[in-house]
Design a protein around this ligand. Structure first.
Ligand code: SF4
Length: 530
């Protein structure tokens, strides 16, 4: 037993290693990146287990599924929208089942600190009809991770753990225990893993048969805690995940607590919920994310004569992160004492590209080349270069999801938008830009794709990229783009005029062209030289 101060993400990584992890896979994305960063650190020089960044989340999931097929324990981690990318193998792995323990960690971002939505991964647990954990603190993140691998093997199913930014990115002491050894190789039976309809129907039946056992396990889980206040039957609280801490903090110093149920596992512990709801007249549901529990209370349980308060009732805000003060207000208490903000006239600091960033020079050249055209036709993607939407560049006009820029530019070009331009980074291109470019090359769509090759996944901290340099150029040619319309530029102020001309020439071409802007991220350059 030892005690360490860990990030929530690190507690998960260490819990997985101590549970006998054989391999971990991930694609970077805030707030989940630190899980893989720490796994790589823990794997160390002697590579005690496999820990690697994958090309995208779907690939990461499939790599982890292969490990599970082989009977070993695997972890796959990503941010919540990464689970959308991995949704196909995720949903189908609930049918194939897991052989070696398979833990999926999806880190949600309530409040959208660095995300394009605040979707709640608990719906994926329900959608796939598997078991899910939601830790409320770092110790639970460690303990639940250890337990999740055992449970995955017991049910023969993948297990999902939902984290949120506030837990992933805060630090707290964690008591750790001895590591168990890795599993021996033991391949899965092909009749379970080949999802021909005859097998899939049988496997889906098994999944449905396990539902009642999962609810029982949830009801008996040590992570769900029910406390009934026998002296007060008027009001109770159901709190899940980190929101449970906000509830406890809000009640700190009060003479007695209302009845409460801490929910940390899914499917919901129905028996515990019935006992809490049966004990009180009004229930407040405190959960970070969507009103997942609140909706089920109102629907599934049909609690006539009871009042359910939460996000749907307007007692708590429907969007954004919860906080101790927000929960205090919902409980009818005033805000906690706080220090006054300083009166210093601090300047606002909107996010911006680093000084000397190569993207800045590309955007300046692109803006110049587009002068006099109809404008508003630059489709972009997710990376540091999304900041090109802001002044002084105002250079891009869309950012939807990983890889969307190329498909969107093609669609716009198909219906007559001209010029149609896509701007995408090298890592995002490798993630999910290759397939839409294959389609655009096949159709010779009238559009120009600009790939910003800075040789890294910069926005999430400089993880490796799979498509950079000569390899990237060969890949583009291999997809069928005409060699004479694959151009490279070096985005530097001294090349501005030349770069503008290259972009103008390729925009003028009535067909597909690809321009690769090659210059290393200045932050990575600094790291390399230090
Ligand atoms: S981290 Fe690199 S790519 Fe991102 S803004 Fe800074 S220099 Fe540009």
């Amino acid at each position: 037993m030892s005690r360490q101060i860990l990030l929530g993400d690190e507690a998960v990584a260490l819990g997985a290693v101590h549970a006998g992890l054989s391999a971990g896979y991930s694609y970077p994305g805030t707030p989940a990146s630190e899980i893989m960063e720490y796994l790589i650190h823990l794997a160390g020089e002697n590579k005690a287990f496999k820990a690697t960044w994958s090309v995208n989340e779907k690939v990461a999931y499939e790599e982890a599924l292969g490990v599970s097929f082989a009977g070993k324990r695997a972890l796959v981690s990503f941010k919540h929208v990464g689970l959308n990318v991995a949704a196909d193998p995720f949903m189908n792995s609930a049918i194939t089942g897991a052989n070696g323990g398979l833990l999926v960690v999806s880190a949600d971002d309530p409040g959208m600190h660095s995300s394009q939505n605040e979707q709640d991964s608990r719906y994926y647990v329900q959608f796939a009809q598997i078991f899910g954990y939601e830790p409320s603190d770092h110790q639970e993140a460690y303990e639940m991770t250890r337990e999740a691998f055992d449970l995955s093997e017991r049910f023969g199913l993948p297990v999902l753990m939902r984290l949120v930014t506030r837990l992933s990115h805060s630090r707290s002491p964690v008591e750790t225990r001895d590591a168990r050894p890795q599993n021996e190789l033991k391949k899965g039976a092909a009749k379970d893993w080949i999802l021909l309809p005859v097998n899939a129907r049988r496997r889906f039946g098994l999944l449905l048969d396990r539902q009642a056992e999962m609810v029982r396990f949830s009801d008996e889980s040590r992570f769900n805690v029910l406390k009934l206040n026998e002296g007060d039957r008027s009001f109770g609280v159901i709190a899940s995940g980190v929101a449970y801490n906000y509830f406890r903090e809000a009640e700190a110093g009060e003479a007695s607590l209302p009845s409460f149920l801490k929910v940390s596992t899914y499917p919901l512990p129905e028996g515990l919920i019935r006992r809490l709801v049966g004990h009180v007249d009004t229930v407040l549901v405190v959960e970070d994310g969507y009103p997942f529990i609140e909706r089920q209370l109102k629907g599934l349980f049909g609690i006539a004569g009871k009042t359910v308060l939460g996000k749907l009732s307007g007692t708590l805000p429907a969007s954004g992160e919860l906080s101790p003060d927000i929960v205090r207000r919902a409980l009818g208490r005033g805000p906690l004492p706080a220090l006054e903000a300083s009166g210093l006239p601090l300047a606002g600091r909107p996010p911006q590209l680093c000084v000397g960033c190569p993207h800045a020079d590309t955007f300046k050249a692109l803006n110049k080349a587009l002068e006099g055209t109809s404008g508003s036709n630059v489709f972009s993607d997710i990376g540091c270069y999304t900041l090109g939407a802001l002044p002084p560049y105002n250079a891009i006009h869309s950012c939807v999801c990983m890889g969307a820029s190329i498909g969107m530019a093609r669609g716009a070009a198909d219906v007559g938008i001209r010029p149609a331009v896509s701007v995408i980074g090298d890592s995002t291109f490798a993630h999910s830009g290759i397939t839409p470019l294959l389609g655009a090359a096949h159709a010779d769509s009238d559009m120009t794709v600009i790939i910003l090759d800075n040789a890294t996944t910069a926005m999430t901290g400089g993880q490796p990229t799979y498509g950079s340099g000569e390899r990237l150029l060969r890949l583009i040619e291999g997809l069928g783009v005409a060699k004479e319309h694959i151009r490279t530029i070096e985005p530097l102020p001294k090349h501005h005029d030349k770069n503008v001309q290259v972009i103008k020439d390729e925009i003028g071409h009535r067909g597909l062209s690809v321009i690769v802007a090659v210059r290393e991220c200045v932050q990575e350059q600094r790291k390399r030289r230090s």
